[in-house]
Write a protein that binds this ligand. Structure first.
Ligand SMILES: Nc1nc2c(ncn2[C@@H]2O[C@H](COP(=O)(O)OP(=O)(O)O)[C@@H](O)[C@H]2O)c(=O)[nH]1
Ligand SMILES: [Mg+2]
Length: 439
């Protein structure tokens, strides 16, 4: 088990601890090992520097670092001037603060009856054993504000832990000097064929021949790309057009900035010499930012066929979108863009994408965040600096497109069945794709 801490979060901790890169070895995880003071000490005592991390149901991540040993035999405080508490995320959003120790003589407290305990109950996590209920451990410990740690930047524990000590996971990692080796899984996390020209021809042929279900009068599938500004929605349109036309496409305007380069809802048809217009349109939308909440009414108009300007949105609202799409029978998938930036190996060779532990971790994270199954999440790398068509980039983009079209087909089949059973009701046939920016 690799643990839930992302590479970016590990890098932040390394930065705070100083003295170069560290290897994080997961010693203890309450979902795996049970939440018990005894197990914590059995697994974590006398292991040197450790980091304890709490993950709560609201999406907050926080914890404590100590450079000294946990040791139940001490039955008291240990001194550690290097210890600190930290915050890595609050309510699903990145928020990084380090809280330095102000009374190093009381940095941590070891006792056979207690789980990890920092300060004079600055975080007193749990006693004895805690049972899990519906995926949540109610730790029922104590959090004393600013007893032995300087809580600069927050005014209460509620700004760190959302007001309680409920967690879905608590992990303790042992830290040793030296960089973690880049992890390549022994077996691919998704079985896919090699990304080569042969596969590219197969994918192109399969997508070109994919028809909309015969009984509908629909002209084709509309694949609407929704996601944050800069997540790569317009670039994905270009990547798909590149894959079919054999040279890099610039039809959709792309770019970086706070506001969207794409100003309107723009449907792109794809034409090939062999087949003419293909049976889908890629609908590029303005990016959504987190400056304001998503206006769900606007979105409803969008999925019901009207074309408004999308205003701003916050990520959590994607879950509301998801539920809305489920109710409307709209199929959904996620494009995990910028995949080559997740893992340097993937950047060097896109072929390793399905063997990369970091990519697998990101797919899992997106799946947890949005609440869609992992097989609805498709890693892609868009054309960005490349000026020539590349079979691996094309294959990855078309593998995603093919799965999205399958989901669309299934969605329409469901709608047709519904229509048959409620004969005079009209159905709507649409496919939704949520763009997602990887970390
Ligand atoms: N490295 C990398 N850059 C990308 C990728 N996708 C998009 N970009 C870049 O990210 C920026 C924003 O992309 P864009 O498609 O305009 O995002 P949009 O706002 O979602 O339409 C552009 O500079 C793109 O070149 C990707 O997969 N990898
Ligand atoms: Mg755009």
């Amino acid at each position: 088990m690799a643990g839930k801490l992302s590479r970016e979060q590990k890098a932040q901790l390394e930065d705070w601890i100083g003295q170069g890169p560290k290897t994080f070895r997961l010693l203890y995880a309450i979902t795996r090992d049970g939440c018990s003071a005894q197990t914590f000490h059995t697994k974590c005592d006398k292991k040197g520097p450790t980091v304890t991390v709490f993950y709560n149901p609201s999406g907050s991540v926080y914890g404590g670092y100590t450079s000294t040993d946990w040791d139940q035999k001490i039955k008291g405080h240990s001194s550690d001037a290097a210890a600190f508490l930290f915050q890595l995320a609050f309510s699903g959003k990145k928020k990084v603060i380090r809280f330095c120790v102000k009374d190093p003589t009381k940095s941590i407290y070891s006792s056979p009856y207690c789980g990890p305990l920092f300060g004079a109950n600055d975080i007193y996590v749990f006693q004895n054993t805690v049972q899990e209920s519906n995926g949540v451990f109610k730790l029922a410990g104590i959090t004393s504000f600013s007893a032995c740690y300087k809580m600069d930047g927050v005014s209460s524990w509620a700004e760190i832990n959302n007001g309680d000590l409920d967690v879905n996971e608590l992990e303790v990692y042992q830290l040793t000097e030296g960089r973690e080796p880049d992890v390549q899984l022994e077996r691919s996390w998704r079985t896919v064929p090699d990304l080569n020209n042969k596969k590219l021809s197969e994918l192109t042929a399969a997508i070109q021949s994919q028809k909309t279900p015969g009984k509908t009068k629909m002209a084709g599938y509309r694949l609407t790309l929704i996601g944050p500004v800069g997540s790569g929605k317009s670039s994905y349109c270009n990547t798909i057009m590149t894959a079919f036309q054999g040279r890099v496409s610039h039809r959709a305007a792309c770019g970086k900035g706070d506001t969207s380069v794409t100003n309107t809802f723009h449907p792109y048809s794809v034409k090939t010499e062999a087949c003419g217009l293909l049976g889908f349109k890629l609908c590029d939308t303005r990016g959504i930012s987190d400056k304001a909440c998503l206006d769900l009414t606007e979105y409803k108009h969008l999925v019901q066929g009207h074309i408004p300007d999308l205003s701003a949105e916050i990520l959590q609202k994607i879950r509301a979108l998801k539920m809305f799409c489920i109710r409307k029978g709209v199929s959904q998938a996620v494009l995990l863009t910028h995949v080559e930036l997740i893992d340097p190996d993937v950047g060097r060779d896109l072929e390793t994408v399905f063997k990369s532990a970091q990519v697998a971790e990101s797919v899992k994270k997106v799946s947890d965040l949005i609440g869609l199954p992992r097989n609805s999440i498709h890693p892609v790398k868009n054309y960005e600096c490349e000026v020539a068509s590349n079979e691996k980039i094309n294959c990855l983009a078309l593998l995603a497109l093919q799965q999205i079209l399958y989901a669309a087909e299934d969605g329409v089949e469901n709608l047709l069945m519904k229509r048959e059973s409620a004969s005079n009701k009209t159905g709507r046939e649409l496919v939704e794709v949520c763009g997602s920016e990887c970390e």
